[in-house]
Design a protein around this ligand. Sequence first.
Ligand SMILES: [Zn+2]
Length: 215
Amino acid sequence: MGSARARDEVLGVIDAQPCFMPGGELPVPNGDAVLAPINRLLDGRYCAAFATQDWHPPGHHSFASAHPGRAAFETIGLPYGPQVLWPDHAIAGSAGAELHPALDQRRLRAVFRKGMDPAIDSYSGFFENDRTTPTGLAGWLAAIGARHLFLAGLAADFCVAWTAEDARRLGFAVTVIEDACRAIAMPLPGGGTSGEAARARLGAMGVAFARAGDL
Ligand SMILES: [Zn+2]
């Protein structure tokens, strides 16, 4: 067991689901490499830990298959803003949408599912992508007295990044545990990858970065 951390420090495990790992429907490169460091961090050192779980109805609006003539990884405009179209993934109740069977769930106090509205995607653990519909995570964190979130999981440049951004906006201190995350790293039109862009954005918002072994 690692050394105990402050009472207001909470670990968030973002979308550690088989659908986002090699062999899954929307695999993040080396996505399964997050499981070992996350399990080590779930050794009781944090006073609480939660997970998020991407959980979509069939035909969800974030799926390329719901938009005839469109391909996965294209970006389209939806009423709430630009939306990357994804392969079908995280269908509620499917094996790929479960929390990964190798994830040590014994110390996960709560699980927040997101993306259940067929018309709105949800990257952040706090709000759907309209940036207003809450998941309940913020209220839960307030109720347990959390002030500092440590985030790990998938994907670093989408659901981890959006969760970190919302946490900063809500006034939490945020540390992203980089070696317990993996990015999709989509190439961007102007050069670089979505992973690099997300890291720069988070840094500018005051997000700290750490390695699991240093915590
Ligand atoms: Zn999704």
